[in-house]
Design a protein around this ligand. Structure first.
Ligand SMILES: [Zn+2]
Ligand SMILES: [Zn+2]
Length: 302
């Protein structure tokens, strides 16, 4: 049986930068060479030991303190602390730890649930909604050891965008009817969202954009976007391009898709958005307000 301490350590580990990973390895007397993933794996193998979990917990707390200190220094040097505040609030705004927040849109407590390992999230979702077996009708035998909810996956899918707010919470694409001739079903998700004056003002700044995103629920690569085959995105009645590949080709040339920027198609007040695709797989779709990060910022934080 995995203890809570070990489970939460896994979540903390994935947030560590190289510095924290090396600190932990030093304390464990293990080699510090290799890529980030190698370091994570090396620590992972030791995780059954509760002492290791405690070292990780300790390192995580120190990292939070040093991040807070960094922000304070930025404030003193007259940098734009106001924007930082917006981001921190946004990070907290979906803090639904222990609550059910599922892309099916219901919060039925009776079903079996799985929890997101991100320690800042810890949201619970229905296993039957988010864990999709590779072949339909196949039983789910193994739950993933590290489960991330969709908002935590999208947060990590592209380091150049920070989530400021979720305008449309993750929702599943639903097929209206399953064709019996073996062709792919038509799936669709529709939503209306309200763009506030405050968010609309933020968008005057070129660093901010509104992004529609889509992920494959049981993607082998957790942290990437993926649009369904023949994706058709409509915003306020206008078609928005999602991918520049043939509708039948899976993923873009570099093995991932990008989000679609829809800033120019929306305005303050109520906006309508819909996504359809002709695909048999399970997708999750959402809209978020994002802030662009510079290369320097990305390097500093990883
Ligand atoms: Zn659900
Ligand atoms: Zn999460």
């Amino acid at each position: 049986m995995e203890t809570d301490l070990v489970a939460s350590s896994k979540g903390k580990l994935v947030n560590f930068r190289m510095k924290e990973l090396k600190d932990v390895l030093t304390k464990l007397g293990l080699p510090k060479q290799g890529k980030k993933q190698d370091l994570v794996d090396r620590i992972f193998h030791q995780l059954s030991d509760e002492g290791v979990a405690r070292i990780i917990d300790d390192t995580y707390r120190k990292m939070q303190i040093s991040e807070a200190a960094d922000l304070a220094i930025m404030g003193q040097s007259g940098l734009d602390i106001c924007n930082v505040k917006v981001e921190m609030e946004a990070e907290d705004s979906l803090n639904l730890g222990g609550k059910i927040f599922c892309p099916c849109g219901t919060s039925l407590p009776s079903e079996s649930k799985i929890q997101c390992v991100d320690p800042r999230c810890l949201v619970q979702q229905h296993i039957s909604c988010v864990i999709i077996p590779e072949k339909p009708m196949e039983e789910i035998r193994l739950l993933p050891p590290l489960f991330f909810c969709e908002t935590c996956r999208i947060k990590r899918a592209d380091p150049f965008w920070i989530t400021v707010a979720h305008l449309v919470s993750p929702m599943k694409l639903v097929a209206s009817n399953i064709p019996t001739d073996g062709t792919n079903p038509l799936q669709k998700a529709e939503a209306a969202f309200h763009l506030t004056k405050a968010h609309s003002d933020l968008l005057q700044n070129t660093e901010y954009d509104v992004q529609a995103w889509c992920i494959l629920l049981n993607d082998k690569v957790s942290f990437r976007m993926q649009w369904p085959l023949h994706a058709e995105l409509q915003v306020n009645g206008l078609l928005v391009r999602t991918v520049n590949r043939p509708g039948t080709q899976l993923l873009g040339s570099n093995g991932r898709d990008d989000g679609a920027l829809i800033t120019l198609y929306i305005g303050e007040g109520v906006n309508q958005i819909s996504l359809s695709g002709c695909d048999a797989r399970n997708f999750c779709f959402g809209v978020r307000l994002v802030k662009r990060r510079t290369v320097a910022q990305v390097l500093h934080f990883t």
